[in-house]
Design a protein around this ligand. Sequence first.
Ligand code: ZN
Length: 566
Amino acid sequence: MAGVHVVVGLGREIPNGGEIKVVFSITGVEPDGEGDDLSDEVGQRGNTCATGLLLLVGGFVGEPHHHAVSEHGAPNAVLALSICSLVVGCLVCLRGAGPNRLLVVAQRHEKSAALNEGALVAYASAMAEDLLILGGALIDGTGAEPVPDTALLLSDGAITAIGPEAVAQADPGVTTIDATNKTVMPGIIDSHLHCSFDDVVSNDELFFHREPTMVALTTAQNLQKILRAGVTSFVDPDTAHGVGPAVRDAVKAGVIVGPRMKTGVQALVTAVGGTAGRLIPDEGTVGYAQVVNSIDEVILWTRRHIKYGADWIKIHATGTVPGGKGELLVWSPDELRASCDAAHALGVPVMAHCRSPESTIACAEAGVDLILHGSYMDDAGLEAVLESGAAICPTFTFLANLADHGSKVGVTPGMDNIFRGEIAATAKMMRKAYDAGVKLICGSESGFALTPYGHWHAREMEVFVEELGLTELEAITTATKNGAWAMRMEDEIGTLEVGKLADVLVVDGDPTANITVLQDKSRLSEVICRGERTDLSAPWPEHRPIAGWKVSGWASEVLTWDRAQA
Ligand SMILES: [Zn+2]
């Protein structure tokens, strides 16, 4: 998503009354920070001309680069595109000296990314039918109380009317969805999951037994499970073999089906490693990790990940050392700052895995935008977070599943109390942070054997209610409105308001009375993403064992001679 995205709203009439909009991006040019002035943001004649040329060539070969077109009733979309490309290309070239006269909208990175996505949605949903949802109680995701019996009209992938206007504006033959006695709410945004891990059992399996192409293929299947569970958007911090940007782009282009997605490439780790001990090599890359051994390498890999298409940079700030207790901060303040500065200079935010009190302080002070876990955060940590304005995604779900259900899937007895203790200690401070105004984000850590895709995305809300004492509505807001912040799409998704994109759930039940109904897929009547209904009746996507992937031990106990005689 690096680059300045430019929307040229030509609004050109074509013979049968349709309209064409063209979106293209000038990659390799980054917004320079605060300036809103177009010439400040783009302004370089060379780039503009190059784009014009690109479009010209695209027009000639009939396959323009980076286009998204919303067309209604065009007799020949390809022809229209080509003509349009030529027109735009010529205009851009001719007016290279004054691009700001031509460029109708050019905005900063996050905003323009959303615009680009919006245009793609318009393209994808050109064939999506209008939907009128009737009779449901509407939770809009802003934290407002549910409004009973509220209609919602979805057209062209967006919310076009709410309430009586929705009914009034709907075409007579519109497809209606009866949501009587049900709840209508924004799609869930899971701001911390790992879509490429395929419900992995161990780091050994993830690091050494998986081949990149198969990782991408299984990810494509797992995205369907995530969507089927009501997740219409997610953020993935780091991906096996760095497949994240390619997967995201495949979803955007309609190659595969999945929720909206923002992604990192791999997690930056120091040579100490993270939670994988000596499985992390001294240098290079493995699994989800990229080792950085100096400030120069920190900057180098931050920039490379952005070049590869990272929406977020992920820092693994804490790790384990032999004999050490818990996780320790394994980055220096200068290293943390180097990554934050390099990322921010290119308009990309940074998140960090922080599972020690010191790490939350150091990361907040270095400029990290999103703290993951924030385990054992203390008052000084909270102060640093408040000072920096960072958000926190505690991601209790993995721990909560271990504590509550681990014994059912072979987790060592006694571990449950350890994890319960970590949750309790951290939850107290998270409540304090929430009360102090810190933005709390909902994430599930799905992708591991303890948090398989499609099962636990809504559990974090239950933990927020149970352990932090949030109301159900407040918990829902962390997974809707606040999630849109993590997606850098606050103007586009997260709440049900006119003009926002059509990511909507219809739930058979009242999550404000019982938040756990959101975990029960049999209660999901509709999952609408980009204005399109998801087929919830198809068989659950599942794959058989993949050759060489699962690593099993030879035995769970040692076979001594005595044991054999017993
Ligand atoms: Zn994670």
